[in-house]
Design a binder for this molecule. Structure first.
Ligand code: NAI
Length: 480
């Protein structure tokens, strides 16, 4: 029986390995992590991450050919294929701070693999890493090995949180990069055979190592660029009376552009887009390509602009101050169908409103109070000036309450900000919401989920990103 071990039981390692176990009953899959809390979660009825369909997959395989363990070294030693799916966050200090990927976790995993291995192994980069990382990892592995051979592959993951299981069952493609040596090609075939259990051969793309590593960064940069492009258009729509949904639809019907990823919003979030673009920017700078670096940096700047534009719109609409006013925040996760709050635009929006001394009542169906408090207490990293960190604001957190019902959040509120496109926010009884709020009652829809016409008829003053402005908002000072 082929044995797979995956280091890192996170948003990628957990679901990816669960699906491999489901689709490959002849393979034994063990997911290991240094965090016993995470592993205990995977072994319990309350999985550590929320992902539609994940529970069923895990229940079907756990204890049969899928295992979760903290015995990292033991399972790595026994495996034929070792996936490394550890976190690769942005460096917060030292060389490349604020841009470069922090490969500390990856390096320590690689050293441990070399240390404990007694048989040859294929080591698979599942984490998103800078192009050329495989070269560094190869060096670490070969310089520390104890008579064993390692072949390194790049197999970046393209799943999206919220649709991870669907994406893994039916991926657009699986990408495998390897060395053009006989050993490299043999390893590619071994991994290709694993995916071939359920992925059609024509969807399995095999490339050299560097193309695979760079393709992941490029894919995320292109996806984020589309969001920033449509968000940039949304600002122009508001200034001119065009409707961004109509513009998106019109341009999306062009088959060269396509309809996906054209929804205007308060901005993108999630653990990957920003970090991977910053990483790309750093790589370009290191390769003497400042123009290319600046091009991609702009995608992040537009995203930051979109978030501050939203905060400015809220404050200026509400008579230029939200001080002591209650504002309901509906949704905190960075997108629907996940509880993940990493880099969620809600953090920056909430901090902006707290900066103007608003009182916030936050509701998200999948995010705990503990997580929200942690996110709002964390100091923000200044990407442009890494040495300077914003000071924490211990008092402002007292202005935040987290509730477990949307109607509770909006009660007596002056305004509602929709931060996540959870389906339930489309179906709220907005008449009931209106009746329970202070007047004039404002809705600021950061995800374009509400029917603006219906809400205006009820009596709300509505701001929806990129839509023709409410007459009320037109009279307010311009938003920069
Ligand atoms: P995560 O933070 O949820 O999980 C990483 C896990 O690795 C943590 O549980 C941590 O305890 C564990 N870990 C770190 N060092 C370890 C070590 N030496 N030994 C054992 N366990 C260790 O991260 P996530 O979101 O799963 O991301 C992992 C990688 O996949 C990142 O490089 C990310 O960029 C990439 N990725 C993430 C996607 C996402 O949607 N979250 C999608 C595609 C790629």
């Amino acid at each position: 029986m082929v044995k797979i071990c995956c280091i890192g039981a996170g948003y990628v390692g957990g679901p990816t390995m669960a699906v491999i176990a489901l689709k490959c009953p002849d393979i034994q899959v063990t997911v290991v992590d240094i965090s016993s809390q995470r592993i205990n979660g995977w072994n319990s009825d309350h999985l550590p991450i929320y992902e539609p369909g994940l529970d069923e997959v895990v229940k079907k395989c756990r204890g049969k050919n899928l295992f979760f363990s903290v015995e990292v070294e033991k399972h790595v030693a026994e495996a034929d294929i070792v996936f490394v799916s550890v976190n690769t966050p942005t460096k917060t200090h030292g060389l490349g701070a604020g841009k470069a990927a922090d490969l500390t976790y990856w390096e320590s995993a690689a050293r441990m693999i070399a240390d404990v291995s007694k048989s040859d192994k294929i080591v698979v980069e599942k984490s998103t890493v800078p192009v050329k990382t495989a070269e560094a990892i190869e060096r670490i592995l070969t310089h520390n090995r104890k008579g064993t051979n390692f072949t390194i592959l790049s197999n970046p993951e393209f799943l999206a949180e919220g649709t991870a299981i669907q994406d893994l069952f039916n991926p657009d493609r699986v990408l495998i990069g390897g060395r053009e040596t006989p050993a490299g090609q043999k390893a590619i075939k071994t991994l290709r055979d694993v995916y071939a259990n359920w992925v059609p051969m024509e969807k399995i793309i095999c490339t050299n190592l560097w193309s695979a590593e760079l393709s992941k960064l490029a894919a995320n940069a292109f996806l984020a660029q589309r969001i920033s492009s449509v968000n940039a258009m949304s600002a122009l729509c508001e200034a001119t009376g065009a409707d961004v949904s109509e513009v998106s639809h019109s341009i999306g019907t062009d088959s060269r552009i396509g309809p996906k990823f054209l929804n205007a919003s308060v901005g993108f979030g999630g653990s990957c887009f920003q970090k991977d673009i910053l990483n790309l920017v750093y790589i370009c700078e290191c390769n003497g390509l400042p123009e290319v670096a600046n091009y991609w940096k702009q995608v992040i700047k537009v995203n930051d602009y979109q978030k501050s534009r939203f905060v400015n719109r809220v404050v200026s609409s509400m008579f230029n101050t939200v001080s002591t006013k209650k504002i309901a925040i509906l949704g905190f996760a960075f997108k629907k169908d996940t509880g993940d709050t990493r880099e969620t635009p809600a953090i920056d929006v909430c901090k902006g409103l707290l900066g103007d001394k608003a009182r916030l009542s936050i509701y998200d169906p999948q995010v705990t109070e503990d997580q929200i408090t942690k996110d709002l207490s964390m100091r923000k990293f200044d990407k442009d000036h890494p040495a300077h960190l914003q000071p924490p604001s211990p008092t402002s957190i007292k202005q935040v309450s987290v509730v477990w019902d949307a109607y509770e959040a909006v009660k007596d509120a002056h305004g509602v900000c929709i931060m996540t496109e959870w389906d339930e926010f489309k179906k709220l009884d907005y008449q009931k919401v209106y009746d329970s709020m202070q007047k004039p009652a404002f809705v600021f829809d950061g995800r374009n989920v509400v029917d603006v016409g219906v809400l205006r008829k009820i009596g709300f003053i509505v701001y929806s990103i990129g839509k023709p402005l409410d007459p009320w908002l037109k009279d307010m000072p311009a938003v920069a």
